[in-house]
Design a protein around this ligand. Sequence first.
Ligand code: PLP
Length: 294
Amino acid sequence: MTDALVLIDPAASTVEVADLGSPQLPVTDLSAHRGDGIFETVLVRIGGGVTVVSHDRHFARFRASASALGLPDPEPELWDRGLNTVIAEVLANDPTITEFGVRYALSRGTQNSDGSQSPRGWAFNVPVDEKIRRARAQGISAVSLDRGYDAYLGNKAPWLLIGAKTLSYAVNQAASRYAVEQGADEALFVSHDGVVLEGPTSNLIIRRGERLLTPPPEAGLLSGTAQRLVFDHAAELGLSAEYADFGLNDVIEADGAWYVSSMRTAVSLTQLDGNPIPRDEKLTAELQKLIMAG
Ligand code: PLP
């Protein structure tokens, strides 16, 4: 897949196509050595038109993240121009493509000598790779890992930025690597006091009878666009949808469990800490279809 990159200048309100193979960021950019910025990854589906899945949910979260970090409010028209330019470039290069992701980011930028900052943005495409396709088809296993804080800490400690989608993902990446070292596909974060939270880049939904359950975002996790899309449409699948605190045993004893995120859509969690979880093939297919339809 040919790569497309656009640079988005919030101060000048400009979008410029750039070469992904060439250096773009000065090393002094605060995203590069502080992770000081925010991002979103949207799934783009092609077929009977272009669908940016959960476009508005993503942009609303992007604005909320900017607010949490004290970054300038992203301007919808500018970021749509950036997103649409990446999509147009990808389609021009590969008219047969059926799906891909677009990642857009806003960095605090470089600190100027007078103390002011120059935020900069960018957007580029990411593939739906083999690992994602395999997970969609076969499901994944996970091991539970302590997130290192108690549930509901976020309200008391807003500086932890729990619930903002920041560019500081080193801990999440490390958790995924640790899970793989333990022989699992992915990690499942649990609060220090035992409340199930989320995966490093996905939310968890479990099914208990006719009810879908997910932990409330306030418990200490990122409110996901895919999870909210599923909850908004659960009734169409004949299910109710509720936010509730639950523990690891509730996941192991569930009638089905899924990792949901923009790029994965919905993948079955088939094993947790070595315990099998029933696989609901029909509902998995329905959830994937629902999310892909946007
Ligand atoms: N939780 C975390 C920590 C994430 O990084 C992500 C997405 O990358 C999600 C949940 C799922 O969010 P979404 O459904 O918007 O992709």
